[in-house]
Ligand binder design. Structure first.
Ligand SMILES: Nc1ncnc2c1ncn2[C@@H]1O[C@H](COP(=O)(O)OP(=O)(O)OP(=O)(O)O)[C@@H](O)[C@H]1O
Ligand SMILES: [Mg+2]
Length: 372
């Protein structure tokens, strides 16, 4: 049992895509896509319009033959065992049409029968899970987009698939409906489903994804848990910047001089003074430039001089409504030091957040904004 191929995983991945290529006419729309989704993940497949998300998904859902490469779902090859793949997946297309002139219950019962589900109790379970029980006698035509999307999810749950493949499940939804879908996805994960979803809106569902893959022009640029990608990119960035980019200094190193013209952030209560940004210390590998947004009581312009020139601090910008954008190099402890320092100076700090969510940062960093 120890005859494992190095680098191969011991478990059966929920989805495994290896060297997938696809072409429409003369246009390569998927170019050597490789990815793996582990059981229990919510995997966000992100990319701009035309990146190839739907094409990839259609291959996974056995609706399109891979031109080259191999795609396995729950260990079954989509080209060899499409029937078995269909049994383990619940696939929701991007523009699912629904029959309008029947009720929700009739709609689900129809599909349960079409799927050959022996016991119609599954309809009640699906209604319950998607919170549509109270609406079961409503005509499908009378549903809002968000409810229709929940109905779409209810439909693909009827045969109790292990893996849900959802193409843009939250596009066109208002914030409330989006939150409801997000909560539903979390609930589905709780009951053991693996979820693969595509999205071109980063913030849409990114906070529920355990891993993401970013696709651009048919190529997968990065994939993995957000924190891991982030770390990898930070290391890469630091390697690239080492000895070249002198704009931002690393976090304070002991024994170095305190920045002139401004207090070293983190100087309270101890004295970890370091080279100031303006002094132009050389970046060290592992240091990453980040941006932080603060909200303070009163006029944020008054806070700028307190931070500017501090060790590890880059550009500080006052924004409307008591907000400040602060560039810095450091980790979460550094941020805590900044807050402690400001509070110590009598500043009422009411909010601290990354300027962009992590995924947005990653996306902007790895994509070139190219469409195909
Ligand atoms: N049936 C088709 N025939 C020819 N070209 C196609 C076909 N389907 C898709 N394409 C092209 O393939 C590329 C990838 O399309 P795909 O629908 O997979 O992208 P997507 O990432 O899902 O985009 P979106 O965010 O708009 O849904 C696009 O350039 C598209 O125009
Ligand atoms: Mg699409």
């Amino acid at each position: 049992m120890n005859a494992e191929v190095p680098g191969e995983s011991r478990f059966v991945p929920a989805i495994r895509v290896r060297h997938l290529w696809h072409r429409y006419g003369a246009q390569d729309v998927l170019r050597d896509v490789n990815l793996e989704v582990r059981p229990g993940e919510i995997f966000g497949f992100i990319g701009p319009n035309g990146a190839g998300k739907t094409t990839t998904i259609r291959v996974m859902a056995t609706l399109l033959e891979p031109m080259a490469g191999r795609v396995e779902v729950d260990g079954f090859d989509v080209s060899v065992d499409p029937e078995r793949v269909r049994k383990v997946i619940g696939y929701m297309p991007d523009h699912a049409g629904v029959y309008d002139r029947i009720t929700i219950r009739e709609y689900l019962e129809f599909f349960a029968q079409a799927f050959g589900v022996p016991d119609l109790a599954v309809v009640d379970a699906a209604l319950e899970l998607t919170d549509l029980r109270n609406l079961q006698d409503r005509l499908v035509a009378a549903l809002s987009k968000g409810m229709k999307q929940r109905l779409g999810l209810a439909r693909i749950l009827l045969h109790d698939p292990k893996i849900l493949i959802l193409d843009e499940p939250a596009s066109d939804l208002d914030p409330r409906a989006r939150i409801e879908i997000r909560d539903l996805l979390l609930e589905l994960r709780e009951i053991g489903k693996t979820i693969f979803l595509s999205s071109h809106i980063l913030t849409e569902l990114s906070d529920v994804c355990t891993s993401v893959g970013i696709l651009e022009r048919g190529r997968l640029l990065v994939a993995g848990p957000i924190a891991e990608i982030s770390e990898r990119l930070a290391e890469q960035r630091a390697r690239d910047a080492y000895g070249v980019d002198r704009a931002v200094a690393p976090p304070a190193a002991e024994g170095t001089a305190e920045a002139e013209g401004g207090p070293a952030v983190g100087a309270e209560p101890s004295e970890p003074a370091g080279p100031s940004v303006t002094a132009g210390g050389a970046p060290v590998p592992g240091s990453a430039r980040r941006r932080l947004k603060l909200r303070v009581l009163g006029d944020s312009r008054a806070v700028v001089p307190l931070l500017e020139g501090g060790a590890g601090i880059g550009v500080v910008e006052a924004l409307p409504a008591g907000q400040l954008a602060v560039e810095y190099v450091g980790d979460d402890r550094f941020v805590a030091d900044v807050v402690r320092y400001l509070v110590g100076r009598g500043v009422g700090v009411v909010a601290v957040e990354p300027e962009r969510n992590e995924l947005e940062r990653i996306f902007l960093e790895v994509t070139k904004g190219e469409l195909q």
